[in-house]
Ligand binder design. Structure first.
Ligand code: HEM
Length: 175
């Protein structure tokens, strides 16, 4: 199978996954079971895990990509891996996390609570990191190496630290 065909199949699979997710959420809303809030929270956590997996793995790929020779087979492979991870997993997972998170905040808490606003602020920061990685990905795609492998190794910690803060806010709700 050619690279282009493989890419087209991966995009199709991602679209099917997003459509399935929309159908499941719409079905749950129409069915309106007593545990609707918990069902939506479950889908929210699934999306969050997928998004976080990408946010942690992408800078790892950037570390290895930075060390590879521009134009080499290795470098071209990293470009494909980074693009697929970002477009097919991270972006849809981020959108689903946001939409369902906002629904939970509205339905469950009427947007009231310091813990909630601190969590939303940290999710804004996480979204900023996501967009920053998107920009770096474009630079790598045109063989521009703007940062060192050491830099990417350090930046790798940012999504993890934000995730720790977010999870403490939503579970402990200390404020
Ligand atoms: C702006 C986007 C988001 C909003 C508005 C939001 C809001 C919420 C709300 C209101 C709940 C229900 C809390 C409860 O029932 O006690 C929830 C659950 C949860 N969220 Fe988010 N969330 C967002 C994004 C995220 C992100 C990015 C993460 C992780 C990095 C995350 C992790 C979780 C977890 C682990 C739970 C389950 C907590 C529990 O059951 O006790 N959320 N979210």
């Amino acid at each position: 199978m050619s690279e282009a065909e493989d890419g087209a199949r991966a995009s199709l699979r991602a679209r099917i996954a997003v459509v399935c997710m929309i159908v499941i959420v719409a079905g749950l809303m129409i069915w309106n079971p007593p545990e609707l809030f918990l069902w939506i929270k479950a889908v929210h956590v699934i999306a969050v895990i997928s998004w976080m997996a990408g946010l942690v793995y992408l800078p790892r790929l950037f570390v290895y990509h930075s060390d590879s020779e521009p134009g080499s087979e290795k470098s071209e492979t990293f470009k494909v891996m980074e693009d697929r991870l970002f477009r097919i997993i991270m972006r849809p997972a981020m959108v689903v996390s946001w939409i369902l998170g906002l629904w939970l905040a509205w339905q469950g808490f009427g947007f009231v609570g310091w813990w909630l606003w601190l969590k939303i602020a940290a999710v804004f920061a996480l979204t900023g990191v996501h967009e920053y990685f998107g920009g770096a990905l474009k630079a790598f795609a045109s063989d521009r190496r703007e940062k060192t492998a050491r830099y990417w190794r350090m930046i790798n910690e940012a999504p993890t630290l934000l995730m720790i803060f977010i999870v403490i806010m939503v579970i402990v709700k200390p404020f």
